[in-house]
Design a protein. Structure first.
Length: 384
C-alpha cells in the first residue's frame, strides 16, 4: 500500500536532492507511517530510555521502515502502511536486555535493507546520538542533511485523509469550548484545576479514548498576559474573565482553538471591547486566507483591524496545524509563503490589557483553505 502522504514525503525528499530520510519526531513519523506515534512521555518512554520511534524512508520508491519499542509493536504493525516494522527491546521481565544494543540493531537492519551507503540522508535535529552513530557506522560514505524543509513542504497541503482526521479532532475541540462556555454559569467559587479536569474529561468521553489534551486555561488577571498559562489552582470569582486555548490530539492529529468568557455575570464594556477586537481581527484574517495570498498578508489584515480597535499587535496571527500542533508556515509579517487550497490554519489574533486591567481575549478557530470560501472547522460559539 502506498499512501499519498508517504508519496508526498518521498517526492519532497527527491526535490531536495535527498535519497532518504531517517525521521525521529512524533509528527514526522506519524505523517510518513500512518501510525499515530504515542507522545514521548510516560511508562513506555521511560523503559525505552527515551529512545524514540523512527521512520526510514527511501525517496526513490517510497519504501519505508519503522523502528519502534516492542511495547508498541502490535499497534504499529496494525496501523502503519510501511512494509517493515522493526522492534527494539524495552523491558526484560526475567532476562537482562541490551536496550540500546537492540535499538542500534533495528536501525542497522533498516539502513542495510535500504542500501544507503553513499546516499544523501536527511535527518531531523531530534535524531538521537545512538541512531546517528549507527548511520555513521553502517553507511560511512553517506552524507547527512537537514530533512526539515522537505518534510514541511510535504506536510503543507493536507491530503483528503488528513482533512478527515482534522475534522474529527476539530469536533473534540468544539466539545471543550462548549463545555467551557457552559462552565461560565456554574464554576464561580470552584478552582480552575477543577474546570480543566472537567474539560479534559468531556473531550475524552466524546472521543471514547484517553486522548492527549494540551493547552492553557487562564482566569482573572492571568487572561491579560499572553504567556500566563494555567490552570494554577486559583478559585474563580464572579466577573472574572476566562480564556481557554486548548489542543486535543486524536489519531495523531491536533486541534487548536481559543475562546474568551466571563464567569457568572455580564461582561463589562472593556471585556467586550477586547473580545470584539480579537473576533474582528479573526474574521479579517479568514477573509484574507485565500489561495494566492501570502501568510504575511493574513497577518497584515488582522493587524490592521486590531489597530483600528486601538490595540497593538502582540503576537502572530496563527499557524498551520496537522501532525504537529504548530507547523509552518506561520501567519507572521516575515513569512511570504503562498497560501494553497488544502492548508489548515489555526488563526488566533489576541489582545491583552497587561497590567492595565484583569482581562484579555484571543479568538482562534481552525480554518481549511479551499478554492473558494475558507471553511471553518471548529464551529463552537464565541463565549462573548
Amino acid at each position: 500500500m502506498r499512501a499519498e502522504q508517504l508519496e508526498r514525503a518521498a517526492e519532497s525528499l527527491r526535490a531536495a536532492g535527498l535519497d532518504a530520510a531517517l525521521l525521529a519526531t512524533p509528527g514526522s513519523v506519524t505523517y510518513v507511517s500512518g501510525w499515530a506515534v504515542p507522545l514521548p512521555a510516560g511508562f513506555t518512554a521511560e523503559v525505552a530510555g527515551w529512545l524514540p520511534s523512527l521512520a526510514l524512508i527511501r525517496a526513490s520508491d517510497a519504501a519505508g521502515w519503522l523502528v519502534v519499542p516492542d511495547l508498541f509493536l502490535p499497534a504499529a504493525t496494525a496501523e502503519t502502511w510501511l512494509e517493515r516494522v522493526l522492534p527494539f527491546d524495552t523491558l526484560g521481565h526475567s532476562t537482562a536486555l541490551d536496550l540500546e544494543g537492540t535499538f542500534a540493531t533495528a536501525v542497522q537492519t533498516a539502513l542495510s535493507e535500504a542500501e544507503l551507503d553513499g546516499a544523501a540522508i536527511g535527518i531531523e535535529p531530534a535524531l538521537p546520538q545512538a541512531a546517528a552513530r549507527v548511520v555513521r557506522e553502517q553507511a560511512p560514505a553517506a552524507t547527512l542533511h537537514d530533512a526539515t524543509p522537505a518534510l514541511f513542504e510535504a506536510r503543507a497541503v493536507k491530503t483528503p485523509r488528513e482533512v478527515s482526521l482534522l475534522r474529527a479532532v476539530a469536533a473534540l475541540a468544539d466539545v471543550a469550548q462548549e463545555t467551557f462556555v457552559a462552565a461560565g454559569e456554574t464554576h464561580v467559587g470552584r478552582t480552575d484545576v477543577d474546570l480543566w479536569t472537567g474539560l479534559v474529561a468531556a473531550v475524552q468521553l466524546r472521543a471514547a479514548a484517553p486522548v492527549t489534551v494540551l493547552g492553557a486555561l487562564m482566569t482573572g488577571a492571568a487572561t491579560a498576559d499572553l504567556w500566563a498559562g494555567g490552570p494554577s489552582g486559583r478559585t474563580i470569582a464572579r466577573g472574572d474573565a476566562g480564556l481557554l486555548d486548548i489542543s486535543p490530539r486524536l489519531d495523531g492529529y491536533w486541534g487548536d482553538c481559543a475562546n474568551p468568557i466571563v464567569f457568572g455575570g455580564p461582561a463589562t464594556l472593556e471585556h467586550r471591547r477586547h473580545a470584539d477586537a480579537a473576533k474582528a481581527a479573526f474574521e479579517a484574517a479568514v477573509l484574507a486566507a485565500r489561495p494566492g495570498r501570502r501568510c504575511c498578508d493574513v497577518h497584515a489584515a488582522a493587524s490592521e483591524v486590531l489597530g483600528r480597535h486601538g490595540f497593538p499587535v502582540t503576537h502572530y496571527t496563527g499557524h498551520q496545524i496537522g501532525v504537529s500542533p504548530n507547523d509552518p508556515p506561520r501567519l507572521v509579517p516575515y513569512d511570504e509563503t503562498v497560501i494553497q487550497p488544502g492548508m489548515v490554519l489555526a488563526i488566533e489574533p489576541g489582545v491583552y490589557a497587561g497590567a492595565a486591567a484583569p482581562y484579555g481575549a484571543r479568538a482562534e478557530r481552525m480554518v481549511l483553505v479551499t478554492e473558494s470560501e475558507p471553511e471553518i472547522l471548529t464551529t463552537f460559539e464565541w463565549g462573548l
